[in-house]
Design a protein around this ligand. Structure first.
Ligand code: SAM
Length: 189
């Protein structure tokens, strides 16, 4: 169900509704596994979810959450690698890719996503999208690196060929200027 809470939940709600059983999807930042769980439930047992993180602790937390919710099965692959290397691991076109940038809330804040790898990963994700597939990026300009990521993503999205992609930037009009921002990019069908 769509509930307007914040950029983070909006991306998950929209992509959950967009996915169909049997689809392939990517969680580019697994973290504590909440988004991976939502993707696994949306694609069902016949689907496939590739979940990335650079921290073993994050993948362990994700694995535990998936097990608790009875979706830790053949539909999901947990990958300890940077999302900049998406194309080394994802072996098929996907219907959606979700990025929730920043750091693990319960972890070391220095292990945050960084502009160069974020841009490389978003570029790779766009190449992996199936026709009609969509990507979301939630970014957090309230901290220094997040502000750099937002500026870089704005430039990147503005430069996309409109014949191939439609790119939307969403902000909540009644939230602070530095509140999380959401990019949604859809490949032409
Ligand atoms: N989606 C998660 C959830 O539902 O709990 C939250 C993600 S958390 C805000 C951001 C995560 O991105 C952290 O776990 C961090 O380790 C991870 N990360 C940072 N740089 C990364 C990279 N280059 N590739 C993949 N993951 C990365």
């Amino acid at each position: 169900m769509l509930l307007l809470r914040n950029a983070r939940y909006l991306s998950r709600d929209l992509l959950e509704g967009f996915l169909r059983p049997g689809d392939a999807a990517v969680d580019a930042t697994a973290g504590n596994g909440h988004d991976t769980l939502a993707l696994c439930q949306a694609v069902g047992p016949a689907g496939r979810v590739f979940a990335f993180d650079i921290q073993q602790d994050a993948l362990d937390a994700t694995r535990a959450l998936l097990a608790e919710n009875h979706v830790l099965d053949g539909r999901v692959r947990l990958i300890l690698d940077s999302h900049a290397n998406l194309e080394r691991h994802v072996d098929r076109p996907v219907r959606c890719v979700l990025f929730n940038l920043g750091w693990l809330p319960t972890g070391d804040h220095r292990l945050t996503t960084r502009t160069p790898s974020t841009l490389a990963a978003v570029g790779a994700a766009l190449r992996l999208l199936a026709p009609g597939g969509a990507l979301s990026v939630c970014c957090y300009p309230g901290h220094e690196e997040g502000a750099r990521e937002l500026a870089a993503l704005r430039d990147f999205a503005a430069g996309l060929d409109i014949r191939q992609f439609n790119a939307l930037e969403a902000r909540f009009a009644n939230q602070r200027e530095d509140s999380p921002k959401l990019f949604l990019i859809q490949r032409a069908p």
